[in-house]
Design a protein. Structure first.
Length: 167
């Protein structure tokens, strides 16, 4: 299978974070995500935010639903509290991506219907051959944990018997 594009990885990310394993492409979610990204502050390591500014721009309910969702997704890094926290590495890539696309573009990317499109998720990867269990190792928006050695070492599918027909 051809390597996925960055847009396709974003589509998989959005589906995993807000869909039911695949994106439902709700425009208000993308609008809120875009506003969230625009409210962060660039620094030398990535981006940071203050919950007070997010609450002001998004309303406290939406701000905190997004903060909690993005924490659960491991996009946000924080110390003792996510009230003031930051996006590094994969999280910073996500904010970069959101900042560099309009809501219309994001909406088109996550709702582009193609019946042959094969999703990857945090539980299964279809873009490598053979497909395998475990988080897609190619998605730059997901935290890549040190588990791929384990996945690589997982038992291979049982090969067909070569002795068939003998005896
Ligand atoms: Zn994959």
């Amino acid at each position: 299978m051809a390597e996925k594009t960055l847009d396709e990885h974003f589509r998989d990310w959005e589906g995993g974070a807000f869909g039911y394993g695949y994106g439902t492409g709700e425009r208000p979610i993308l609008e809120a995500l875009k506003t969230f990204a625009e409210t962060t502050h660039r620094n030398e390591h990535g981006y940071s935010y203050a919950h007070t500014e997010l609450e002001e721009k998004l309303g406290a309910t939406v701000a905190w639903l997004l903060i909690n969702r993005l924490c659960q997704d491991h996009a946000i890094e924080y110390g003792s509290s996510p009230r003031f926290a930051w996006f590094h590495k994969h999280g910073a890539r996500l904010i970069d991506y959101l900042r560099s696309h309009t809501v219309d573009e994001l909406y088109e990317i996550v709702t582009d219907w193609d019946e042959n499109y094969i999703h990857c998720s945090k539980r299964y990867c279809n873009c490598v051959s053979p497909a395998r269990d475990g988080q897609c190792p190619h998605n730059p928006f997901w935290e890549q944990k040190e588990v791929y050695g384990t996945i690589e070492a997982a038992p291979k599918r049982i090969a067909p018997a070569e002795s068939e027909g003998e005896g």
